[in-house]
Design a protein around this ligand. Sequence first.
Ligand code: AMP
Ligand code: MG
Length: 326
Amino acid sequence: MLLLAGCGGDDYVSLQGETMGTRYHITLQNSDTVAADVLHTLVERRLDAINRSMSTYRDDSLITAFNRAGLQQAVTVDADFLAVFAVASQVYQASGGAFNPGVGELVELWGFGRKLTLDNLQQVPAADAIREAMAHSQFAAIERDQQQLIKQAPVQLDFSAVAKGYAVDALAALLQQHGIRNYMVEIGGEVATAGNSPRGGPWHIGIESPQQLRGRTLSALKVHDSAIATSGDYRQFFEIDNKRYSHTIDPRTGWPVQHQLASVTVIADSVALADAWATALMVFGEQEALARADAAGLAVYLVYRDRHGGFVSHYNRAMQPYMDAD
Ligand code: AMP
Ligand code: MG
């Protein structure tokens, strides 16, 4: 698991591994006070703690305990869970429920959850099953009492749209605690950067082209201290009769989103916020996403499909400084 490799700058090292169904990559400038292999162990431990708290893929996680709990049955959660719950509540409110981590049942129904099988991958669920899962998607039905969460109505939590971002923030905080000032942390496309890259200037964070997934990028954001996340419909989706079904669910319809937005990249105050907002803006679609982003004070870069099957990109004024700076 331990992989240390020089990467350009003399004293930079990279750490990587697997987590949350994807990979993480960290590039950091070595410090005199803590060895890279010690940091790597601490990183693995931190990720393990976060997964034990909110991975829906683990039977022993707190989120699984919550999902299995009955009505009015209090479940005690940990500080990480509460922190994600707080960000989730904030973006749920601010997006009018477009971001809704209570969509767990809908995610399972459409075949994007842990019960992923070929069977439920390739068919549209029955209308009454969608209605029922929608009725069970009320995030607001979760009551918080200090460390405890209590269901007032049937609801299944799914933190997939925010947990990776939160984990990036947590690893960045860990590096900061150990005096690391120059780093890039990435988990499955969600990114935190600080200070300078090994080249000495800003970090260049590529926005992947949906057309050319193999390493081709559309643009690079140039950033020093930043929190960036991307949501897209081109990595996880399924097709029936040439129709695309995205893994982003519109909680207002119970259906996967069906517009021309292919990806949304957001820069925000934390990666958890950027992650949650990127998902919310995917729900709004290309028409509404820009206005919503401006209203929420977010820098965004959108990629959408044009009528001829090509891709067009667009970014707002708040994103401008990251496009030009060097
Ligand atoms: P992301 O890649 O961050 O946009 O997260 C997508 C994942 O979040 C999906 O695979 C679902 O597990 C979950 N999800 C889908 N729709 C929503 C939604 N409207 N709000 C919150 N989470 C969602
Ligand atoms: Mg997200």
